[in-house]
Write a protein of this length. Structure first.
Length: 413
């Protein structure tokens, strides 16, 4: 990241003092998020593994062993629980559960059930993500989400996860950022770049995402009544030039609003926010040269979280919000604390204005593989990629300390 002050200016609502973090309601969820492929390593049956091993792979850097969370998950859970977090979001990798067409791995299912039990034993409420960008290669190679049987095949996977759910899953996210999944073909083809705003999702994949989500939600409710189900949408804070506000709705509609409306019957809506998108009078995203950029090239804009959550609450007034991802890629951990302090202050302001927000999950517990790059470090914990040694950064104890029971005042169980 270039030139980010520890007390940020521009694109923010003003620095918050740490005390502003103190006023979250009782029962608020304080969580950390990780994804399966980005942290597990060795997902050799997945389409992203195939992609990184193409002779002319478009990916700049390989995921490879990632940060070996497939084996080191007890250590990861210890770090989250030890810092005081109450909730733990992690991913289940479909390509491990069903590595070949209709071949299910009992060992992989047992593995994920052990993580769920391990979280519960440590006092962490486990939330599982069923799909986070990666697909089994057999499914992807035969059309992926455009397959006519996509819903049916996802439901077979959902059915196979019954032992994982029964081990004590507390919350399910069916799909991580369906609006980004629907934009992946354009992102992979180099036509779009998230630094210039959320890309336009493909309409057919959008329809498939909504159909899969609704079917999976119904199946999970039938098989596992009582476990809340939702999905996590990439929602950015759209801001327009004065007088050009009508471009906002047009821009947001295919990028997130359609995915938010599809969550109208859900138990919660997951909001995943990293930046604002500033639109010019024609509705084109513009990057402000005066706003510092993070290691991902995104504008440093912590208050985007409050703006995004307020818009979600207006769009879906009857569905509780959980911030399932928010964070920043910076090398200097002091900046992560400053960013998160201000993001939480903006979230608190959205709640004071009426948004029903039940929790905040930080992305990410660990520095991990950022979809083709190792450079952008989002973690509360650094990982040595040669030894896999985990080294907590000061932000881990700081943010975990906001949760109840750790001396913070961030609410109680
Ligand atoms: C994704 C994560 C990613 C993060 C930061 C979200 O879009 O769910 O996989 O690492 O943003 O880019």
């Amino acid at each position: 990241m270039t030139d980010v002050p520890t007390t940020p200016r521009a694109a923010s609502s003003g620095a918050a003092s740490p005390r502003e973090v103190d006023s979250f309601p009782s029962g608020f969820l304080w969580g950390v998020s990780i994804g399966a492929h980005q942290s597990e390593g060795g997902n050799i049956a997945s389409d992203w593994w195939a992609l990184e091993n193409l002779p002319a792979s478009p990916l700049a850097e390989r995921c490879g062993d990632a940060v070996d969370s497939y084996h080191r998950w007890p250590e990861d859970l210890d770090l989250a629980a030890g810092a005081g977090f109450t909730d733990y979001r992690f991913g289940i990798e479909w390509s491990r559960v069903e590595p070949a067409d209709r071949v299910f791995s009992r060992a992989a299912i047992d593995h994920y059930a052990r993580i769920v039990r391990g979280a519960v034993e440590r006092g962490l409420r486990p939330m599982v993500t069923l799909h986070h960008f990666t697909l089994p290669q057999w499914f992807s190679a035969a059309g992926g989400w455009n397959r006519a049987d996509a819903v049916e095949r996802f439901l077979l996977y959902v059915n196979a996860l019954a032992p994982v759910m029964a081990a004590g899953v507390v919350r399910v996210m069916t799909i991580n950022e369906p609006n980004i999944v629907a934009a992946l073909p354009r992102l992979a083809g180099g036509e779009a770049n998230i630094a210039h705003g959320v890309p336009l999702p493909d309409p057919e994949i959008t329809d498939a995402m909504i159909a899969v989500h609704h079917a999976a939600t119904a199946r999970l409710r039938e098989n596992h009544p009582g476990i809340p189900v939702g999905w996590g949408v990439s929602v950015q804070d759209y801001q327009a030039e004065p007088g050009a506000e009508d471009v906002l709705a047009l821009h947001a509609e295919p990028r997130d609003t359609v995915f938010l409306r599809a969550a109208a019957g859900d138990d919660y809506i997951g909001v995943q926010t990293y930046f604002r998108t500033h639109l010019d009078a024609d509705g084109k995203p513009m990057l402000d040269p005066d706003v510092p950029k993070t290691l991902t090239g995104w504008e440093y804009c912590p208050a985007a979280l409050g703006g995004a959550v307020a818009r979600v609450a207006r769009t879906l007034p009857h569905v509780p919000v959980i911030v399932t991802e928010n964070g920043v890629a910076v090398a200097d951990d002091t900046q992560r604390i400053a960013f998160t302090t201000e993001a939480l202050a903006s979230l608190r302001a959205a709640m004071d204005a009426g948004a029903d927000v039940r929790g905040y999950f930080h992305w990410s517990l660990l520095d991990n593989w950022e979809w083709g790059h190792w450079g952008p470090t989002f973690g509360l914990v650094a990982v040595d990629r040669a030894t896999f040694t985990r080294t907590p950064k000061p932000s881990l104890a700081w943010l975990g300390g906001q949760a109840p029971g750790t001396g913070g005042e961030g609410g109680s169980h």
